[in-house]
Design a protein around this ligand. Structure first.
Ligand SMILES: NC(=O)c1ccc[n+]([C@@H]2O[C@H](COP(=O)([O-])OP(=O)(O)OC[C@H]3O[C@@H](n4cnc5c(N)ncnc54)[C@H](O)[C@@H]3O)[C@@H](O)[C@H]2O)c1
Length: 263
């Protein structure tokens, strides 16, 4: 299978890339930080390119130019996100890291969450539809017939601010709002594209441990049936499964891989 992976350099992204780096697959990864994408040593069918998904012209040119690159893939995995971690830790003074900052309406952060976390997915499938239309490919099985987007517990859960008080993280509402929007888009697109043979699902991940401090990890564990944060290996089974023929009748779903995060 030839798989297009958008976003493969973060904690979850690295785990997903490595789970799909098998002899049956060829992986093409685009990321803002291509130098941080890693393939296993024995995997030689991967390539890595730079992409800033906020640059919509480049995005369109890359995948939908005269030779529409998108049609050369069997599957798309969309992992790119403006995460709260990314926004909290970048250029923030200790004062700015107060958890109450989350309540400030900052249009830049709010729009960034939507521009990065959800709009590119709609942009991609909309362009794909019109390409299929122009080429009278509608109703036929497209080669790109599987899409997975990565969502988060915050697309559904009520945030527990005990986690954030006194920590270095802020829980911006735009993150969860954009992930909830992404989950709705999955249901919408599954219905719209189902008759054309395309399956689209979301995988909603719980927090993956990445050097979080003990206090955060401990409080987080109290919210989870399995009492802990995810390890990278915990999220690696579901992506290959959803891309396999075993999942041929699964579409429009949000599959939660979060250890049983309490709502
Ligand atoms: N790590 C977790 O604990 C966790 C938990 C729940 C959900 N998720 C989701 O998993 C997915 C991957 O997250 P991650 O853990 O790898 O974390 P991350 O925050 O490091 O990943 C974000 C990814 O998006 C890329 N990216 C960010 N802005 C970009 C831009 N403008 N253009 C192109 N690429 C850009 C980053 O380079 C990175 O690969 C995200 O959708 C995230 O919301 C992660």
């Amino acid at each position: 299978m030839r798989i297009l992976i958008l976003g493969g350099s973060g904690t979850a992204g690295k785990a997903i890339v490595s789970s799909l780096a098998t002899s049956e697959n060829e992986l093409v990864v685009y990321d803002l930080n291509p130098e941080k994408v890693i393939f296993p040593k024995d995997f030689h069918r991967g390539s890595i390119f730079f992409l800033d998904v906020r640059d919509t012209d480049s995005f369109d040119n890359l995948f939908f130019s005269a030779a529409p690159v998108f049609s050369e893939f069997d599957a798309l995995i969309y992992n790119i996100a403006a995460t709260t971690e990314l926004l909290t830790l970048q250029d923030s003074s200790p004062e700015e890291m107060k958890f109450e900052k989350a309540v400030d309406f900052n249009p830049e952060i709010w729009n960034l969450m939507f521009d990065i976390n959800v709009s590119p997915v709609f942009r991609f499938i909309s362009k794909m539809y019109y390409y299929m239309d122009e080429n009278q490919d509608l109703g036929k099985t497209t080669r790109l017939n599987k899409i997975i987007v990565t969502s988060s517990i915050y697309g559904r859960a009520i945030p527990d601010f005990n986690l954030y008080r006194g920590s270095q993280y802020i829980s911006f509402p735009g993150y969860g709002a954009s992930k909830a929007a992404l989950e709705y888009l999955v249901r919408w697109a599954a219905s719209f594209f189902g008759p054309l043979g395309l399956r689209i699902n979301a995988i909603s991940l719980g927090g993956v441990f990445n050097k979080h401090d003990d206090r955060f990890e401990q409080i987080y564990g109290t919210r989870v049936c399995l009492s802990r944060m995810a390890r990278p290996t915990d999220i690696q089974g579901i992506y290959p499964f959803l891309l396999s023929s075993h999942a041929d009748f699964i579409t429009g779903q949000v599959i939660r891989v979060d250890g049983g995060y309490l709502p």
